[in-house]
Design a protein around this ligand. Structure first.
Ligand code: BYC
Length: 322
């Protein structure tokens, strides 16, 4: 093929790919895809997987201190669900031709990010309520739209994850209801957790659309189905009546209903704080990664055992065939 023919062929492949995406056909692992699509998906899905796994740490911190046996069992189940979400998402990423070891290395050396929210400490039991309600609530807003993402394995993973997230959100809100309707000290604990987790939850949706490096490409390829700002607005609007029901004060003093937009206008996020946290300088960034490295090293024997078992199986099959 001449250079001209090659470039014509590449354009045809890209056009064909884009028309499949536009026609809402799912892209599957063995299908042709533009290198930029593959790279962007590996980035987003792996960072999503890392978020699920690192997100186990702030909640895991309260399993031994949950206030009742029932709460302990529920929290334990939730944290285990997050591990499962990480596994589906790592598997979806591996279907794009990258190994789990490479993904873990990128998390541990800081070249891959994970959701900023998990770099905030969980100081009280109220924080476990606020995480389930606000953090899982924000995650649902985002992930419901990702159920329609163009990459098949990611979309299918999202459908299952969303079902589990809605249970997570409800368990968090139920903790908040009990605290908010409890003693003055309990109500104060709920308010304090809401105050500390509200703004970081809004940051989960990423920078403003005008500042978002990947949004334009991701929207064109239908990796993302709604923009950062649109999803954030949805979350802001749905949270207002939930805060009212709890009888708590809204942390955003500039929040105001805008009749002509049909949405709430809100105060500005502290973007400097956001940049600090995503660039490794939040309260808990170092602690989270150190803990991950330690747990990963302690689990090396499990991975070694799995490799040894696979080799034995292969040798048995070869012997049987001989
Ligand atoms: N935190 O161009 P942009 C859960 C980065 S876990 C950290 O807008 P994009 C749960 C972004 O990665 C659910 N980094 O990016 C688990 C990019 O950096 P790189 C987590 C952020 O990808 C346990 C740069 O900023 N959900 O529910 O188009 C317990 C520019 O941003 C953040 C997901 O992961 C952030 N908040 O849009 C409880 C959803 N925001 O990669 C609960 C899947 C932005 O160039 N991900 N960055 O170095 C997405 O939907 C999108 O990736 C985002 C960002 C909306 C987050």
């Amino acid at each position: 093929m001449t250079a001209t023919d090659q470039s014509k062929h590449a354009t045809e492949l890209e056009e064909n790919f884009q028309s499949r995406v536009d026609a809402e056909q799912k892209i599957e692992p063995k299908d042709w895809m533009p290198p930029g699509y593959r790279k962007n998906l590996i980035r987003q899905i792996s960072q999503h997987a890392h978020s699920e796994v690192i997100g186990m740490q702030p909640e895991g911190n309260w399993i031994t201190r949950a206030p009742s046996l029932r709460r302990k069992a529920v929290l334990l189940a939730k944290v285990q669900d997050e591990a499962g979400h990480g596994l589906y998402l790592y598997s979806a990423t591996e279907s794009l031709g990258i190994s789990r070891a490479e993904l873990i290395a990128a998390l541990q050396d800081g070249s891959a990010k994970y959701a900023s929210i998990f770099n905030y400490p969980t100081q009280t039991w109220g924080d476990i309520g606020a995480i389930g309600w606000l953090v899982d609530g924000a995650a649902i807003c985002n992930q419901v739209s990702l159920q329609r993402t163009s990459y098949g394995p990611y979309a299918r993973g999202m459908i299952r994850i969303c079902k589990e997230e809605s249970f997570h959100q409800r368990q968090g809100y139920q903790i908040m209801i009990e605290l908010a309707k409890g003693s003055p000290a309990q109500k104060q604990m709920a308010q304090d957790s809401l105050n500390r987790f509200y703004w970081p939850s809004l940051m989960m949706f990423g920078p403003h659309d005008s500042e978002s490096a990947h949004s334009a490409k991701s929207m064109k390829w239908r990796i993302k189905r709604e923009t950062n700002d649109d999803l954030r607005q949805k979350f802001i609007d749905q949270t207002v009546p939930q805060i009212e029901y709890l009888g708590l004060e809204h942390p955003d003093k500039e929040l105001k209903w805008n009749e002509s937009r049909g949405h709430y206008d809100s105060g500005e996020i502290d973007w400097e704080e956001f940049q600090n946290v995503i660039n490794g300088n939040g309260h808990c960034n170092r602690q989270r990664i150190q803990h991950h490295v330690k747990a990963h090293e302690e689990g090396a024997w499990v991975r070694d055992a799995q490799i040894a078992y696979n080799e034995k199986q292969k040798a048995r099959q070869t012997d049987a065939a001989a």
